[in-house]
Design a protein around this ligand. Structure first.
Ligand code: SAM
Ligand code: SF4
Length: 430
């Protein structure tokens, strides 16, 4: 989402005359967009500001803004600790960026950290999305009301809020006009999308089905979803929607019901298995990835073993796993942490299993012909980059004219992260 946000921040400030610059040493304004999900983010901000201060030691100081969730969570503290910073702007106040820049006063610190999501969405709906990538992101929902005990999102992104259906579709049309062939719908709980208008309820399934109608759009994805919001209308899309990819990122966090309860996850392992079963009944080729938190306060060996069992059963691909990071302000912050060496050992074991699943999955695609949406040429190489239906990176020999198309690629090799091959006619030429 921060990639999407950074692009939209650019669209907003472009409106008041700013241009993107690659020349870090000669800018009028720096905007550092930040993430606060795990620890150390704040220190990274101060480190980055220190680096910029050195660059500009003998030059006119650029306007220095911190945006995103670190700005939201640490607002006044940031401004007090580092006077070089001029403004902190939280994720629901980006619509105020142009006003801050227009009225910039070097002697006045700006702190814009209200949850003004509707006003922000309103402005974003009026400003064109200039992103022109084969695969583009599109935020449909922000914030969260679920309050998992480990997570800062409800405090940094604010309450759940969905963008109007029509605004999302309009922005998708802009992206398609700009050349998007794949759109990934985004939200902290993207499948909680819920918008009411004229007595009609729009859900994520409504968006998926509407987007399917655009012939130039070839693929649709969404992330990140929550098990509680995997409703039957959404699951049904995996049968009816031709453009929805057979890959879903559905975080479970732990394979132990005890830990899920302590985390306040509001679902059990059985609920997750039920969703998995429904998806497999529709299409056994659907693949799932997940997020896992290891070393959550209270996690015993048996809880961890249940997580391993789940990983062996579901065979997740492309998953993320993290050691629990205590976040100030959350319920779990002050709880007794596990011994770090135990958590690290467990993380290594879990990742070994996850990576093995990933390697096996990638190996199973070797000597197969797969469908790849070609995104770009790889810099300084005569090779191209694209993705298959399962969002695996594919690096292959092909042609520039294939960018933006779905082509057949023969996979020759693979490793944990990528697939390597040749476009079908390159095989014949070889
Ligand atoms: N809303 C999604 C869900 O509930 O499944 C997840 C979105 S969250 C922004 C992204 C991931 O960051 C989570 O799934 C979780 O695994 C990880 N995460 C969040 N807080 C964390 C913490 N305090 N320590 C470690 N990992 C954390
Ligand atoms: Fe964070 Fe996701 Fe839980 Fe919301 S549902 S609090 S975003 S982990």
């Amino acid at each position: 989402m921060n990639v999407y946000d950074s692009n939209r921040i650019y669209d907003i400030v472009k409106d008041v005359g700013f241009e993107k610059s690659e020349d870090q040493k000669n800018v009028d304004c720096y905007i550092i967009n930040t993430c606060h999900i795990r620890d150390k983010a704040k220190e990274k901000v101060f480190h980055e500001v220190g680096r910029i201060k050195e660059i500009y030691a003998n030059k006119k100081k650029p306007i220095m803004m911190i945006t995103g969730c670190v700005a939201q969570a640490e607002n006044q503290e940031i401004l007090k600790r580092e006077p070089y910073i001029d403004a902190v702007v939280g994720p629901q106040s980006y619509h105020k960026l142009s006003k801050i820049l227009k009225n910039f006063n070097v002697n006045q610190k700006e702190d814009e950290t209200e949850f003004d999501t509707i006003a922000k969405f309103d402005l974003l709906g009026k400003i064109k999305n200039s992103e022109s990538k084969v695969s583009s992101f599109l935020t449909i929902q922000e914030g969260c009301d679920k309050f998992c005990h480990f997570c800062v999102v409800p405090y940094t992104r604010g309450p759940e809020c969905s963008r109007p259906f029509k605004t999302v579709i309009n922005e998708a049309e802009e992206l398609i006009k700009n050349g998007a062939k794949e759109i990934t719908l985004l939200g902290q709980n993207v499948n909680a999308y819920n918008f009411f208008e004229n007595n009609r309820e729009f859900r994520i399934s409504s968006l998926l089905n509407e987007l399917e109608k655009y012939s130039e759009l070839k693929r649709i994805r969404y992330t990140t979803s929550h098990p509680v919001d995997m409703t039957d209308d959404l699951i049904e899309c995996y049968s009816s929607n031709k453009k929805l990819m057979p890959f879903i990122h559905l975080p479970i966090q732990s394979g132990s019901n005890k830990i899920l309860k302590l985390m306040n996850r509001k679902h059990k392992v059985e609920d997750y298995l039920d969703i998995h079963k429904k998806l497999m009944n529709i299409n056994p080729l659907i693949k799932i990835s997940s997020d896992f938190i290891i070393g959550y306060p209270g996690e015993e060996k048996t809880d961890f073993e249940q997580t391993l069992e789940l990983v062996k059963y579901i065979k997740f691909i492309n998953s993320f796993s993290f050691i629990f990071s205590p976040r100030p302000g959350t319920t779990a912050y002050k709880q007794q942490e596990l011994d770090q060496s135990v958590s690290k050992e467990r993380l290594i074991e879990l990742q070994h299993n996850l990576f093995q699943n990933q390697i096996n999955h990638n190996k199973s695609l070797e000597r197969q012909e797969i469908n790849v949406l070609v995104e770009n040429k790889i810099k300084d190489q005569n090779k191209y980059f694209g993705r298959n239906e399962y969002f695996n990176s594919v690096i292959f020999e092909g042609y520039k004219s294939d960018i933006g198309k779905i082509i057949k690629v023969n996979i020759e090799n693979s490793n944990q992260n990528s697939l390597f091959g040749k476009k079908k006619d390159k095989m014949k030429a070889a």
